[in-house]
Design a protein around this ligand. Structure first.
Ligand code: SAH
Ligand code: F3S
Length: 478
């Protein structure tokens, strides 16, 4: 996932009061962990609960219902959630009427433990079962535990208009698909979020239209593997072959969707995440090159620079194929920023294989990167069939080496932009000073510049970059 996306160990913040309905008498407090898709799911949950009489609150102590939307991607993310559950239970001891619920990826994995063994929660709801919340809440209000973790073939929540939580009013996320079919051996997502299915393009366009009306300026299209997007009237991607010839002919792929979004909303800027190297095709690159309002930035996780490790990971590409794709991107979109996800110390990773990751990074010189030590996840193919045999200290040392390399290449890419003039979308005050704005350029680099008094949040402005760190460009408005 991208810059702001893989922060699963970090708390993503509580719900802000955005869509308060005066007639609603109950309060829900939602905390979300994990990828942007999870955050977007919390917005769908807030919308469903708004119809059930709940407004969101950022004060846990006053909530009737406390929900935590959870992430299972690494062990640390799960440990963080457990700590939070202990905190909620401490508050519940003071306010016994408060109900506690677990949503998302851990719900699927740990339902029995949460409900039966530890009695830490009243409600457990998996990522495809949020529509069942009204019924489940009735159950807990009647004093019964409630659980639904059934995964669905069709659910995309297409018709639900999310209540935007924690929004800056400028950029929003729109989920275009759910689940993943890739079965990377280290990854728990296909088990916690189910099989891949795409959302009706008409409902996506409708949601983007509403965002445009509310004055949002940037939309990020979300999916575990956006290049695999395929709408043929509904159903799982794997069942496409069984669709009628007509449905297959009228199908929408990701390039079609991207082209339509960019054409229909010329005043909005579009991003997308995540791209999977095996599925990213030239037509998507050409669509990006064709439209000024599609940001020149691709998050292209590689996980390892070694073909043998990639094979053990069941990634469907080799090092050479990945590098060929990088060359193609640079050829079609010369100013495109590229970022990575990387895992160190996967099962059997040798020092020579790790060196291949370092040399791949030297070649690509990624703009950004999100790097992790391998964390074995119960139920994944790697856990079942392979040995988690790289010592923790070695994983960490390798992780530090790739982080250092990434910092050097981030600085290199930033320095390349110094001196250039670029369009920046203002997102808000800079973290360090309210005399400065913070925004992002098309390449997703953070740009900070002094306010001049004539611009405001949500404006597109031209900024000349004058200096940089590895994480920020500093400049002046032109
Ligand atoms: N759909 C995305 C990845 C989703 S998970 C893709 O196409 O790659 C986000 C990132 O978490 C992954 O890219 C991977 O780098 C990391 N990750 C997933 N499982 C992990 C594990 N078991 N241990 C460490 N990192 C993991
Ligand atoms: Fe996970 Fe691989 Fe899908 S990393 S989300 S199984 S593309």
């Amino acid at each position: 996932m991208s810059a702001d996306q893989v922060q699963d160990e970090k708390k993503q913040g509580q719900a802000l009061l955005t869509d308060i309905r005066p007639e609603n008498t109950k309060k829900v407090y939602i905390e979300s962990y994990g990828c942007q898709m999870n955050l977007n799911d919390s917005e769908i949950v807030a919308a469903i609960l708004a119809d059930q009489g709940f407004n969101t609150t950022h004060l846990m102590e006053e909530a009737d219902l406390v929900l935590v939307n959870t992430c299972s991607i690494r062990e640390k993310a799960e440990l963080t959630v457990r700590k939070r559950l202990e905190k909620y239970n401490a508050v519940k001891r003071i306010n016994p009427k408060m109900k506690i619920g677990v949503l998302g990826c851990m719900a699927e994995r740990l339902k029995e433990q949460f409900l039966e063994e530890e009695k830490m929660v009243d409600l457990v709801v998996g990522p495809d079962a949020y529509r069942d919340l009204p019924h489940l809440i009735e159950e807990i209000e009647a004093g019964r535990d409630a659980v639904n973790v059934i995964l669905s073939k069709e659910e995309t929540y297409a018709d639900i208009a999310p209540v935007r939580l924690n929004t800056n009013g400028v950029s929003a996320f729109v989920s275009i698909m759910r689940g993943c079919d890739n079965m990377c051996t280290f990854c728990v997502v296909p088990f916690t979020r189910g099989r891949e299915r795409s959302r009706d393009p008409e409902s996506i366009i409708r949601e983007i239209g509403e965002l445009a009306q509310q004055n949002f300026k940037e939309v990020t299209l979300l999916g575990q593997n956006v290049d695999s997007y395929l709408w043929y009237g509904g159903g799982l991607k794997k069942d496409f072959d069984k669709a009628t010839a007509e449905a297959q002919q009228n199908a929408w792929d990701f390039a079609d969707l991207l082209d339509r979004c960019a054409t229909e909303f010329p005043k909005l800027r579009f991003r997308f995440s995540t791209s999977n190297p095996q599925d990213m095709k030239e037509d998507v690159l050409e669509t990006m090159a064709k439209h000024n309002n599609i940001c020149k930035y691709i998050h292209l996780p590689v996980q390892s620079g070694s073909s043998s490790v990639l094979q053990r990971m069941n990634r469907q590409h080799t090092r050479e194929e990945y590098l060929a794709l990088i060359d193609k991107i640079r050829n079609i979109i010369p100013d495109c920023a590229i970022s990575q996800d990387m895992i160190t110390g996967f099962c059997g990773e040798t020092e020579a294989e790790h060196e291949e990751t370092l040399s791949l990074m030297d070649y690509v010189k990624y703009d950004f990167g999100f790097m992790f030590a391998y964390s074995e996840r119960p139920g994944t193919p790697a856990e079942k069939r392979m040995q988690d045999d790289v010592p923790e200290a070695v994983k960490k040392r390798r992780l530090n080496e790739i982080i250092q390399k990434q910092q050097a290449s981030s600085l290199y890419r930033m320095q390349e932009m110094v001196g250039k003039t670029m369009e920046v979308l203002i997102e808000g005050d800079s973290k360090k000073s309210n005399l400065h704005w913070m925004g992002r350029n098309s390449q997703n680099a953070v740009v900070v510049f002094p306010k001049t008094g004539t611009e405001t949040v949500g404006d597109f402005v031209l900024v000349q970059a004058l200096e940089c760190t590895s994480a920020t460009l500093l400049g002046n408005k032109c």
